[in-house]
Ligand binder design. Structure first.
Ligand code: SG7
Ligand code: ZN
Length: 240
């Protein structure tokens, strides 16, 4: 008998523009954030978080999509204010990390890369699908949370890392109990310190449809938790 095996071709980020025109655009993410080039804008103000302080009913689905480990959110979770042109609904969050011995944040601060980066993806409520939202520069709003190594284990992160071990291969999924999303944000009194710019999705098709908010302060997890994240799952590559 002959078996036909389908092989997924590996495409490095340098060649993403060959498969998706957007990836060669002028407003591509991620970026290196340099303080000397940032302008302070006191009119932006703080983000209004809605539904971040409670665990919605039911469970959330965690899956390995090949580029990241992604958690599909349910419940009424929204952000607005802070210069955003509308209210944005939280759809999913996911993580980016490097190889076992390589940092993996996508955004860098003054050239410094962090071990892991968390993205909470929100869609402008005037749209009803990602496909529509991706065509508009104000279609999506992503919150970027940098993750650094600290002394203590982060209890909020433990459930997630434990569940990641169940989605080690592309296409795998599992269910996990919901929790208040604010558990994954920097401390409340630091949330007004963020960087804002107009950018793109960081994976193909690289649509330039994202209002980025990258928090200045990282959250911290233990060295063991970083290691567990990096080894739990196998993924493709990133721009960084
Ligand atoms: C990951 O990054 C997934 C994608 C996400 C993409 O591949 O999380 O999510 C889905 C649902 O495919 O794309 C549209 C979208 O959220 C890029 O997201 S990112 O720019 O925040 N890294
Ligand atoms: Zn991302």
């Amino acid at each position: 008998t002959v078996s036909i095996i389908s092989v997924k071709r590996y495409i490095s980020p340098d060649h993403w523009k060959d498969i998706s025109h957007n990836c060669g655009g002028d407003h591509q993410s991620p970026i290196n954030i340099e303080k000397t080039k940032v302008k302070r804008d006191d009119h932006l103000g703080g983000i209004t978080f809605q539904g971040f302080d409670q665990a919605p009913p039911g469970q959330w689905k965690l899956m390995n999509d090949g580029h990241s480990v992604l958690l599909s959110l349910s419940g009424d979770i929204y952000i607005s204010g802070a210069g955003l042109p509308n209210t944005y609904k939280a759809l999913q969050f996911h993580f980016h990390w490097g190889g076992p011995n390589k940092d993996g944040s996508e955004h860098t601060l003054e050239g410094k890369q962090f071990p892991i980066e968390l993205h909470i993806v929100h869609m402008n409520t005037k749209f009803s699908s990602i496909t529509e939202a991706k065509k508009d520069p104000q279609g999506l709003a992503v919150l970027g949370i940098l993750i650094t190594v600290g002394e203590a284990e982060n209890p909020n992160y433990s459930t997630l890392v434990a569940a990641m071990k169940n989605v080690s291969l592309e296409g795998d999924f599992t269910e996990i109990p919901t929790f208040p999303l604010e558990n994954l944000l920097p401390p409340k009194n630091k949330l007004t310190q963020y960087y804002r710019y107009q950018g793109s999705l960081t994976t193909p098709d690289c649509s330039e449809a994202v209002i980025w908010t990258v928090f200045e302060l990282p959250i911290s997890v233990s060295q063991t938790q970083v290691k567990e994240t990096k080894t739990s799952t196998s993924l493709h590559s990133y721009k960084k």
